[in-house]
Ligand binder design. Sequence first.
Ligand SMILES: CC(C)(COP(=O)(O)OP(=O)(O)OC[C@H]1O[C@@H](n2cnc3c(N)ncnc32)[C@H](O)[C@@H]1OP(=O)(O)O)[C@@H](O)C(=O)NCCC(=O)NCCS
Length: 161
Amino acid sequence: MNWVIFIKTKPTTKLINTSFSAFTVKDINRVLEIEHLAYDSPWSETQFVDSLNNPQILASLILEGEQILGYGIVLRAIDSADLLNICIHPDRQQQGLGIQLFNHLTQQLKILSVDTIFIEVRMSNESALLFYQKLGFRSIGNRKKYYSNLEDAKILRLQIS
Ligand SMILES: CC(C)(COP(=O)(O)OP(=O)(O)OC[C@H]1O[C@@H](n2cnc3c(N)ncnc32)[C@H](O)[C@@H]1OP(=O)(O)O)[C@@H](O)C(=O)NCCC(=O)NCCS
């Protein structure tokens, strides 16, 4: 008898030649397009402008050539930081780009002596919760009715040193 064995493997993702750059006010229009595609409750232009003008903010873009694939915004305190926004274009999610971007931000935070990162996530944002779980974040509690639609937030914490 002949046997045929099928092995189910994850689809291979093409190698993407990415680079990183600082996210500045001149990038906001292009970022807003992604923000509106990726979120039901997107940040406004004013929220981006206010964040980027804050000297405690660290903000990076992940690029393929000139094309913005995603962005991350972190607010630094003394030895901790809050990840305020991390987003990958919906067409380019689940290709490892979010991890690349997060690692890039983390490297910069370590240089600035930050040792802990916090994030609040909507309870309904399952893909983000799985993403943070993969990165090693641990839940440290919930914030009741944290969002404008009264949805609860999960507070996550990651030690990076
Ligand atoms: C959350 C987000 C940034 C993740 O970025 P990404 O590039 O898609 O994630 P990656 O490809 O780097 O995934 C890394 C890991 O996260 C987990 N993950 C990410 N997206 C997932 C999904 N949709 N379903 C299941 N697991 C997922 C997996 O464990 C994955 O590892 P694997 O590929 O080995 O299985 C992206 O989904 C996004 O931009 N979402 C919209 C904006 C958002 O909700 N941001 C977070 C706000 S708190």
